[in-house]
Design a protein around this ligand. Structure first.
Ligand code: 5AD
Ligand code: FES
Length: 351
């Protein structure tokens, strides 16, 4: 095991069989996390980047079996923020030191290209020093292009699982891995800094699924990779399944750091929900981004992708301060900066 970890840390790759050993055997996690943290330290130091997450709509036309805001969940109190409310979140976020705003939502046809383009232009003109990230699911290539031309810098779209059979166990048949992956490559081609990722411990996931996830990411080479545990939501078809394992999430974060030295790796809200110190542990396993919530408190509870989501009662300022404290408690520091991905050739953003 020690040799495998050494090999991964020095060559940034392993064979499938070696990855399988590492994923399934937690006996050397401490060494693995140490190596990942050292590599992150080399490239990003003790800096942790923040992204202000604005949950703009919990309407969704999709019906993913794991997700709390799926179309068929009648228990959800649906909302969408107005452009004015979104701009208010940005203003508050800017004052709190955020230089990246992430507009995330379900796939809600109300947010047309015209509406979003106007909004993007306003945000970018008011905050030219900020990056805007969209996380609004699958759209057409033309739509992605228009949003990019209106000023969007980045796009987050997790591939969820890179195994086609597994994808079909998590999603109804109108959704396909093929289309998901096509969207990701289109986003990249257009020029977005792309974020992808997957859930750990989702129903029917095997080690082979996780290896396929890593191989797909090696193909895509995204700027950001977001992972977190699958967490049960009581009003979904997956209500009887158990939560994903936190330790396995941490192990996967460390493996990702060693495979993708320069990647932006968030320590996610789902990880913080599964374990009260989950986000701190994620950073110590090699992550370097946190994404506190900037949504108005009035809608927080309604954007519940899984049960018991943290921070649903807290004001943006509280989350910001809470995370600063948490990062400082483990020797890290949140920076006021767009937090662009670094690359071996240059330290500024790819245009
Ligand atoms: N548990 C954990 N993560 C979830 N997501 C959606 N539903 C759940 C759940 N029940 C994740 C998906 C999605 C991201 C926004 O949240 O990976 O891409
Ligand atoms: Fe929201 Fe701690 S990050 S309360």
């Amino acid at each position: 095991m020690e040799q495998l970890i050494e090999k991964l840390a020095s060559t940034h790759d392993l064979t499938d069989d070696e990855l399988r050993c590492l994923i399934e055997d937690g006996s050397c996690d401490d060494l693995l996390f140490q190596k990942a943290e050292a590599l992150r330290q080399q490239i990003y130091g003790k800096d942790v980047y923040v992204r202000g997450l604005i949950e703009i709509s919990n309407y969704c036309k999709n019906n993913c079996y794991y997700c709390g805001i799926r179309r068929d969940n009648r228990q959800v109190d649906r909302y969408r923020l107005t452009p004015e409310q979104i701009l208010e979140c940005c203003a508050e976020g800017y004052d709190l030191g955020f230089r990246t705003f992430v507009l995330q939502g379900g796939e809600d046809p109300y947010f047309t290209d015209d509406l979003l383009c106007a909004l993007l232009k306003t945000i970018k003109s008011r905050y030219p020093d900020c990056a805007v990230t969209l996380s609004l699911g699958e759209r057409s290539r033309d739509s992605y292009q228009r949003l990019y031309d209106a000023g969007a810098d980045r796009y987050l779209l997790r591939h969820e699982t890179a195994s086609p059979a597994h994808y079909n166990k998590l999603h109804p048949q109108e959704l396909s891995l093929e289309n998901r992956q096509r969207c990701l490559f289109q986003l990249k081609e257009i020029g977005y800094q792309v974020g992808s990722g997957f859930m750990v411990g989702s129903p029917y996931q095997t080690t082979d699924c996780l290896i396929a996830d890593l191989r797909f990411l090696q193909q895509l080479q995204p700027a950001m990779i977001g992972i977190g545990p699958f967490l049960t939501h009581q009003d979904t078809p997956f209500r009887e399944f158990e939560n994903g394992n936190t330790q396995l999430v941490l192990r996967m974060i460390a493996i990702l750091r060693l495979l993708f030295p320069y990647a932006l790796l968030p320590s996610t809200t789902a990880l913080g929900t599964a374990d009260p110190l989950g986000r701190e542990k994620g950073i110590k396993a090699g992550a370097n981004v946190v994404m506190p919530n900037l949504s108005p408190v009035s809608v927080r509870k309604k954007y519940e992708l899984y049960d018991n989501k943290i921070c649903t009662g807290d004001e943006a300022a509280e989350c910001r301060m809470c995370l600063s404290r948490r990062m400082e408690s483990i020797g890290y520091k949140i920076v006021v900066d767009r937090g662009d991905v670094k690359s071996p050739e240059r330290t500024k953003t790819p245009s």
